[in-house]
Design a binder for this molecule. Structure first.
Ligand code: PMV
Length: 311
């Protein structure tokens, strides 16, 4: 059998990261950047191996080699492939540890390509739930939002629940595409670390942090309405307030605060960190002057940007 190739989508969290881990709502959307896994069957008796990483031509990995091997072994076990290993090549457009969901995108790509290689039919729900197990290896206590968007590849309102699937999701359809600039801080931050720091703070004073999570949840509700109406001014304001509350959760960083300030000065209607924080990325909602002034200002300060659209 020849090589099988599949992708998983990177994502941005528009509103609601961290509080989503505590059962509050969040909005996430896929971005054009993906991770592609190419899988071929190995020799009988061989363990799954990951051979090559290709990140836009550089040697940077999507996730650490140790973790990626554990992920591949879990997928092989769950798909019942004990005797015949797989050889995997990974081509990633997503920078590692940037808050853009690279690990979930990797898991989804690998699951889909491996299943196809062995002619195993999987529903999207099955792909997402196996990717969730992979995320538990990488992150510890993921909410499930990353694997869901990496699998389904469309904007969603997400809430973790006790339902068998582990979540409630509803689609978000916008009347027109919403332009978003992604800015990379260049600082690698592990989501597992910021999630653990928020948990420690919450365990120390639950009422104080639950109140912040509740405030973020109501911003998310209003944000979903704003998106469905295409009201970018309102959405931008909600993003700015969410950033203030993420700062209150102590998951922002000097670089992220600087980038947010630069984006707002360059005309963004709203700007905030996205994903785990501590480093990683910001997102900025372009205003009437468009995305270019925001990108230029971030480039001049030495940051890398990507342009995406919520549609
Ligand atoms: O940093 P990322 O892309 O893995 O996003 C994490 C989002 C969190 O809410 C911080 C964690 C989670 O599992 O939802």
């Amino acid at each position: 059998l020849g090589a099988r190739s599949q992708v998983g989508y990177g994502k941005i969290i528009l509103l609601g990261e961290h509080s989503v881990v505590y059962g509050r709502r969040a909005i996430a959307a896929p971005i054009g950047l993906t991770v592609r896994a190419e899988v071929v069957r190995g020799e009988p008796g061989q363990a799954p191996v990951i051979t090559d990483w290709n990140v836009d031509g550089s040697a940077q990995e999507t996730i650490s080699p140790d973790v990626s091997h554990q992920v591949a072994a879990l997928i092989a076990a769950r798909l019942g492939l004990p005797e015949s290993g797989v050889r995997v090549d990974v081509f990633s457009k997503l920078p590692r540890a940037s808050g853009l969901g690279a690990s979930a995108a990797f898991a989804v790509a690998l699951i889909r390509a491996t299943a196809e290689c062995f002619s195993i039919e999987l529903s999207d729900e099955q792909v997402s739930s196996l990717a969730f197990e992979c995320e538990q290896i990488v992150h510890g206590t993921p909410s499930g939002i990353d694997n869901t968007v990496a699998t389904f590849g469309r904007p969603i309102l997400f809430k973790k629940t006790d339902a068998p699937s582990g979540h409630e999701i509803s689609d978000i359809v916008t009347p027109h595409p919403i332009p978003i600039v992604i800015g990379l801080s260049g600082v690698h931050a592990l989501t597992a670390h910021t999630v653990a720091a928020v948990r420690a703070a919450w365990l120390h004073n639950r009422a104080r942090y639950d109140a912040i999570f509740d405030q973020i949840d109501s911003l998310v509700g209003e944000g979903a309405d704003a998106l469905r109406r295409g009201d970018t001014a309102e959405l931008g304001e909600l993003m700015n307030i969410n950033q203030g509350l993420l700062n209150a959760l102590q998951v922002s960083s000097p670089e992220l605060e600087q980038m947010v300030a630069i984006a707002r000065r360059a005309g963004a209607l709203g700007a905030k960190l996205t994903g785990g924080g501590g480093g990683g990325a910001i997102i900025a909602l372009a205003g009437p002057a468009g995305a270019e002034p925001i990108r230029t200002a971030l480039h001049q300060a030495g940051y890398t940007t990507y342009l995406t659209e919520i549609r």
